[in-house]
Design a protein around this ligand. Sequence first.
Ligand SMILES: [Zn+2]
Length: 241
Amino acid sequence: MNRYTMLELIKNFFTEEECADALKEINLSQPLWKKCVDTDMYVLGNSFLRNQTQEYFNKHTVDSATVELFRKKISSLFQQEVKFCQTLSRPGFQIIKRNESNKPCVWHYDTILVRFPYNRDFLDYENFDNYFENYYVFGLMLSTGLSSFDYFPETQSNFSSIKSGTPLCENHHDLVGDECGNPNCKLIKFNTVEYTQGSLLIQSKKILHRVGIKDIDGTKEQRMTLQAYGVVKNDIMYLIW
Ligand SMILES: [Zn+2]
């Protein structure tokens, strides 16, 4: 299956019961949650973006029934073999407390996708450009209630190791809030995708986005997602984080 749209939302990718099991698993592992110093969000698992220390390569064997179920379901959705890597870490979880700071809603591009040390698992890998047949960014909503994702559609481009010529506002990158201070800013109104428990958001373009700002609503509920990147080589998709 090929996908060319920038964003796609698949509802009920996980059933209510599967989400409940996932939440149970995440909550049982609460002592292992790590707070990200840059964004104030919590991470369960081993994220290359959130933990770029030397520990990354020794911690990839986190065993999660939810992540294994996700792999199987992605495989049937894409009708493709889906594997984990030997060295790069498996997908994990992101937890956001809705009554803490707005920092989890920082505007960003998922440029980490081009920066993984892919040569650890792909021996002929040299450069991201043209190496993979396809790539995706996955976010699966596990918690209940309405959640959202904000983005600027006009910022979309393909992931590339070379900076693309897409017009954008440099000030908006890494911005928390909406006051970028650039008098010539062309980013006026963002779009919002709303998603509910069990929905899978698939991003297949590089796009300026953030966790929906209205998700920090002051309630004590937590916003929990499974996060993964998928890269396709020789018709096999590899899930990493
Ligand atoms: Zn701006």
